[in-house]
Design a protein around this ligand. Structure first.
Ligand code: MTE
Length: 395
């Protein structure tokens, strides 16, 4: 059998397994297991056991929410979002990063040169703007992410600011563009986006080469990626090969029409005019319940509810939990581990009696933002952040 035939067979078997699980009305935990990757799914998934495959076309992997039980997400359990194929040829020796545009001294850096620049570390919660898309009503097209296109890691590498300052940004430089080395299939436009110069010069914006203390893996942008803390994941360009300082915001597919949000919330399901939208930047305030999972059957008695809450560039100040469909709310305990752009783990002890429950979590940040009961609907399904809810049965 050829490699392609093997690929197709394993993909067919995998899809059959998933559709059988769905047809059989599996309990969520069974379904998560069925959706977990078989080793031979046909794309290179090494080191990503247990993840939920959201797209066969490119590598798009979601973390099951029950894995959110550590402050730093282990790299094997960190979600992956690719718009196109990962670069096939990558070597540390051949890595080149050009810095050009509105700068006095354009230059090209090798990885060795990059690694000589002072390293800085930032613990950042990285969330895909489309995380939770499948929960918007009416439903919207796009990768149907559940709640797990998010994770927290310690990213390290030189500050983007130090690299830009060495090149000498001209006063005309107002935006900084990143280009990734993705392999662009057919007519798909290349992954290029830009961020404003103020965010680029922020002391926490990095050219990250490491994640949780180890060199980046290929799925996460080896050998170097941008890390734009507190902002939607799309700002953090992987496989970084070009940095260009521009006079104006980059105009391309992933800035417009991609990754834009309505200026004003409109009626769910209605189209929004492009001129009534803006580029997405910082993340929303949000919490998720990681245990119990939706649909769980639990035993009556002491129950430890826990999850994570984050707020992009803001800080989470409180997480409340309701076990009675929202009639009453109680403060959850926030974990001690914290950093400016990182999520807080939370927990809540509950004495559960037999019955059926809707358990909910609601986060509030230091900007006074609180998770709403219903997220703002938008045609691309971005920034879903409604109060999290799970239905459970206690026997
Ligand atoms: N960078 C490149 N070059 N190509 C991509 O497709 N996806 C972006 C961003 N950087 C992407 C990229 C999106 S949409 C997200 S959410 C994050 O990478 C995901 O980072 P991760 O795969 O390391 O979790």
């Amino acid at each position: 059998m050829t490699d392609v035939a093997t690929d197709m067979t394993s993909r067919r078997e995998f899809l059959k397994k998933v559709s059988l699980a769905i047809a059989a009305g599996s309990a969520p935990s069974t379904l998560t297991k069925a959706l977990a990757l078989p080793e031979s799914a046909g794309i290179d998934m090494s080191g990503k056991d247990g993840m939920i495959l959201r797209s066969f076309r490119f590598v798009d992997l979601e973390t099951p929410v029950e894995y959110f039980n550590t402050w730093l997400t282990p790299v094997p359990h960190f979600f992956v979002r690719n718009h196109m194929h990962e670069p096939s040829e990558l070597s540390a020796e051949d890595c080149r990063l050009s810095v050009s545009g509105e700068v006095e001294k354009p230059r090209t850096l090798t990885l060795a040169e990059l690694s000589k620049i002072e390293t800085h570390s930032v613990v950042n919660t990285l969330e895909c703007a489309g995380n939770g898309r499948s929960l918007h009503r009416p439903q919207v097209p796009g990768i149907q992410w559940g709640k797990g296109a998010v994770g927290t890691a310690r990213f390290s590498g030189p500050r983007l600011r130090d690299v830009l300052q060495r090149a000498g940004v001209k006063p005309s430089g107002k935006h900084v563009m990143f280009r990734g080395l993705d392999e662009v299939p057919g007519k798909v436009p290349p992954f290029i986006r830009s961020i404003p110069i103020e965010k680029a010069l922020d002391s926490d914006t990095l050219i990250a080469t490491h994640m949780n203390g180890s060199p980046l893996t290929k799925h996460h942008g080896f050998p170097a990626r941008a890390l734009v803390p507190g902002w939607i994941g799309a700002a953090s360009c992987k496989w970084l090969t070009e940095i260009k300082v521009l006079e104006t915001e980059f105009a391309g597919n992933f800035m417009n029409p991609g990754y834009r949000f309505p200026n004003q919330p409109g009626p769910p399901g209605e189209a929004v005019k492009p001129e009534d939208t803006h580029v997405l930047t910082g993340l929303n305030v949000k919490s998720v319940i990681s245990v119990p999972v939706d649909g769980a059957n639990m035993k009556a008695g002491a129950m430890h509810l826990h999850g994570a809450a984050w707020a992009g560039e803001a800080d989470v100040v409180k997480v409340e939990v309701s076990t009675d469909s929202g009639a009453t709310w109680h403060g959850a305990s926030l974990g001690n581990e914290r950093a400016h752009y990182a999520w807080r783990l939370w927990s809540f002890e509950w004495k559960a009696k037999a019955g059926d429950y809707i358990v909910q979590s609601r986060a509030t940040d230091n900007r006074g933002r609180t998770q709403p009961a219903v997220a703002v609907w938008n045609p691309s399904g971005y920034l879903y952040n409604a109060i999290d809810r799970v239905k459970i049965h206690v026997a």
